[in-house]
Design a protein around this ligand. Structure first.
Ligand code: SF4
Length: 109
């Protein structure tokens, strides 16, 4: 499966996303069900409140992503325990934009 990962801009300076890539390639953690995944895009939300994540996600879908994955920095607050306060709103806007055929995975590891 080809996936596009969206990440929190606020954590880019404390995490290069290596565990996301490892989990996707190995089909582990959030990718257990889908199996090994190829990451076709890895982009940030462009900062609070995450509005610009919507066109960025659409672009990843247009370029072949079959599923959109929210990195755990957004949904779980990795690595410092501060989850995104805009996650639910951002997720809803993204689902509305890309439609139901695109699978959404809410975490990475
Ligand atoms: S909107 Fe959420 S994911 Fe984006 S920078 Fe702000 S806290 Fe991070």
């Amino acid at each position: 499966m080809k996936v596009g990962i969206i990440r929190c801009q606020q954590t880019e300076d404390m995490c290069p996303g290596n565990t996301d890539f490892k989990a996707a390639a190995a089909g582990k953690m959030a990718f257990e069900e889908s199996g090994p995944a190829e990451v076709v895009g890895f982009v940030s939300c462009v900062g609070c409140p995450g509005k610009r994540a919507v066109p960025r996600v659409k672009l990843m879908v247009d370029r072949g992503a079959e599923a959109i994955v929210f990195a755990s920095c957004i949904s779980k607050g990795n690595p410092i325990g501060v989850a995104c306060p805009h996650f639910a709103t951002m997720r809803e806007a993204i689902v509305k934009k890309v439609g139901d055929e695109i699978q959404i995975i809410d975490w990475t590891h």
